[in-house]
Write a new protein. Sequence first.
Length: 282
Amino acid sequence: MEYLTAKSAGFCFGVKRAVDTVYEQLNKGGKIYTYGPIIHNETVVEDLEQKGVSVISFEDLKTLTEGTVIIRSHGVPKEVYEVLNEKGIDYVDATCPFVKRIHQIVEKDRNEGKRIIIAGNPNHPEVEGIKSYAGEDFIIVESPEEAEVLNLDSDKEYTLVSQTTFNMSKFKDIVDIFEKKGYYYNVVNTICNATNERQTEAKEIATKVDAMIVIGGSHSSNSRKLFEICSKECKLTYFIQTSEDLKAVELPDSVELVGITAGASTPNNIIEEVQKYVRADF
Ligand code: F3S
């Protein structure tokens, strides 16, 4: 079977940096903890667990007395730094610089009295981190539909930012809605280019191929978004975690070209295994 793999498939800069940080720290020795799983990829997390890395939560942090904590690329709420500093625990901050930039914008604008609006998923850890810099009265909008029903005070000033993995076209729709409503606000498009490029390329490939494979962890929101985008262009779009899942896929005989893309937390070796499977076993 012929296949076409997206150049932008797999680890983005921030995720690669965070994963590399954990392996570097492992080489230095000592007990290593990651605050939450380092990435949304069970294979990588299991490999790290076997090497002695433990995943910890906010509750665990409170009772921690030794070791080094690594903060993942999504970033963490302010309170996490407070606990780490209070307890004098060593940590390495692998928050992606693009996420850090959002924290800074939000904190600065909040201090200037603007009310913060975050376009994103309220349950995503990145948004949990961002909102900790946004004061008490921040607003989270997850969709243009939510923006449409929002009734804001037109005398107030707002700053709109987005989760780095937010869908670009949904963000533009939200901006248009606020524009129409006449709100006085400052828009900072903080969608990461890596996501944008990955989404654009995935869409482009999905229109050309007969079947499309999206590789990603089941909890990875950016991978699920890729699946959503590709499914619109290609009816035969499959969401898988590893090449093992392809065993259950039966492609129709008419399929000649398969597209492959992967979310930001998919390591290269998993992409290569999928390519191998598509080439030899489909
Ligand atoms: Fe950073 Fe963008 Fe990746 S924000 S973690 S480089 S998706």
